[in-house]
Design a protein around this ligand. Structure first.
Ligand SMILES: Cc1ncc(COP(=O)(O)O)c(C=O)c1O
Length: 373
C-alpha cells in the first residue's frame, strides 16, 4: 500500500468548485496583489484568531523577518531560538543581520526549554539579546506563560513562530496571539495551506500593525513616498482568496487530525515507542505526528518507506550543527536534547483524508518493525 505524507488532491477535491470560482473572480478582476481579497482574508483571520490585527505577507519566513524588524531588532542583536526547529526560524533572524542564540528543547514536548532559555538570558555577555522566538513545534504550543514571564524579566520581545500551529490554543487563546506578534506560514503543506507561498503576522499592537503594513510594501504608506526601508513582502490576492475559503474548514481538519492521532496513540501505546506529548495548557493540532524510538529514526523511517509509507525525519540536523550557522561557534554536545531528538524522532502520515484501512496498515507496519528488533 502506498501512503503519502500528505494528500492535497484529496483535500482540495470536495471544495474545488468554491476554490475555482474564487480564483476566477481574481482573474476576472485582474488585481493580483493585496487589495480587497487580502483585506477580507485579514479580517476573517482577526475574527478567527482573536488577534486585533492580521497582516498578510509573502511567506512564513518573511513574516518572522518583518516581525523582528517591526519590533526594532537591529543587526548584531541577539535573538533566542530553539536549536531544534525548521531552519527558517533562525534563518529569518540571521537574514536581517540578527544573531541567533540557541537554546535547547524540552525532552517531552520538543519545544524550547525554559531552563535553557533562562541559562542563555542570565549569561553575562557583550551580546545584547533583544528577542526570543518560541516555536510551537509540530502543532503544540510552547509554555507561553513562562516564556512571557522571562521576557518581561529580561525586557525582551517575543515573536511566536506559529508556522506549524495555526489554530492551536494555549489556555484558550489562539497560538500566535500571546507574544508581541506571531508569524504564521501558509506553505501548501501546512494545516492551512495556500496554493503557493503565503504568510501572516498576528498582533494586538496597533503601532506594530501599522509599521508592518508599511514594511511589507516597500516602506511606503503613500505610493512612491518611502518613509522607511521596506521590503517587497506583500500577499498575493489569489493566495488570500484560496486561504479564505480553506479557513472555514480549518477547525474541522484540525479535529480530524486529532482523531487520527488518537487512533495511533490508542493502538501504539505499550509498544516501547514514545508517543507525542500534549503540553500542559495547550491543544495539539498535529501538523506532524511525531514518534520517538531509542532505535535509529533513519532505520525506522527507511523501513516504513520501504513498505510504502512516507515517513519523514523532521529534523535530521539541529540548527546549531548546520553548516550555515557554523560562524556562531556552537559544537556537538552543546544541546543534548536537540541532538537526541534529531536522531530518534520520525513522523507518521497524519491528515484528515487518511482512511481507516491506511491507518491500520501504518500501525501494523510500525509494530512489525518493533517485532523485528
Ligand atoms: C517552524 C517554521 N518556521 C518557519 C517556517 C517558514 O515558513 P515558510 O515556508 O512559509 O517561509 C516554517 C515552514 O516552512 C516552519 O515550519
Amino acid at each position: 500500500m502506498k501512503i503519502s505524507a500528505l494528500d492535497l488532491k484529496k483535500q482540495i477535491a470536495p471544495i474545488r468548485q468554491e476554490l475555482d470560482a474564487a480564483v476566477k473572480e481574481v482573474i476576472d478582476n485582474a488585481s493580483f496583489i493585496l487589495g480587497a481579497g487580502v483585506e477580507k482574508f485579514e479580517q476573517h483571520i482577526v475574527e478567527y484568531s482573536g488577534a486585533k490585527y492580521a497582516i498578510g505577507v509573502s511567506n512564513g519566513t518573511d513574516a518572522i523577518s518583518l516581525g523582528l524588524l517591526a519590533l526594532g531588532i537591529k543587526p548584531g542583536d541577539g535573538v533566542v531560538c530553539p536549536a531544534f526547529t525548521y531552519y527558517a526560524t533562525a534563518g529569518a533572524a540571521a537574514n536581517i543581520g540578527a544573531r541567533p542564540v540557541f537554546a535547547d528543547i524540552d525532552e517531552d514536548t520538543y519545544n524550547i526549554s525554559l531552563t535553557s532559555i533562562e541559562k542563555v538570558l542570565a549569561k553575562k555577555s557583550k551580546l545584547k539579546i533583544k528577542a526570543i522566538i518560541p516555536v510551537h513545534l509540530y502543532g503544540a504550543c510552547a509554555d507561553m506563560d513562562e516564556i512571557l514571564r522571562l521576557a518581561r524579566k529580561y525586557k525582551i520581545k517575543v515573536l511566536e513562530d506559529t508556522a506549524q500551529a495555526f489554530g492551536a490554543e494555549y489556555k484558550g487563546a489562539k497560538a500566535g496571539t500571546l507574544g508581541d506578534c506571531g508569524a504564521v506560514s501558509f506553505y501548501p503543506g501546512k494545516n492551512l495551506g495556500a496554493f503557493g507561498d503565503a504568510g501572516l503576522i498576528l498582533t494586538n499592537n496597533k503601532t506594530l500593525a501599522e509599521k508592518l503594513k508599511i514594511l511589507r510594501n516597500q516602506g511606503n504608506k503613500d505610493k512612491y513616498y518611502h518613509s522607511v526601508l521596506g521590503r517587497n513582502n506583500r500577499m498575493d490576492t489569489i493566495q488570500a482568496v484560496v486561504l479564505d475559503i480553506k479557513l472555514k474548514y480549518l477547525d474541522f481538519w484540525n479535529r480530524s487530525r486529532q482523531e487520527v492521532a488518537r487512533y495511533y496513540n490508542n493502538n501504539l501505546s505499550g509498544w516501547n515507542i514514545k508517543l507525542p506529548v500534549v503540553p500542559d495548557g495547550s491543544t495539539h493540532i498535529y501538523h506532524q505526528y511525531v514518534l520517538r524510538s531509542s532505535l535509529s529514526n533513519k532505520l525506522f523511517m527507511n523501513y516504513l518507506q520501504k513498505k510504502g509509507i512516507d515517513s519523514r525525519v523532521f529534523y535530521p540536523v539541529p540548527l546549531h550543527l548546520q553548516k550555515c550557522f557554523k560562524y556562531l561557534g556552537y559544537k556537538a554536545g552543546d544541546f543534548v536534547q536537540a541532538e537526541q531528538a534529531a536522531k530518534q524522532t520520525f513522523t507518521l502520515p497524519v491528515y484528515p483524508e487518511l482512511t481507516v484501512e491506511q491507518r491500520d496498515y501504518i500501525i501494523k507496519t510500525v509494530k512489525e518493525f518493533m517485532h523485528g528488533q
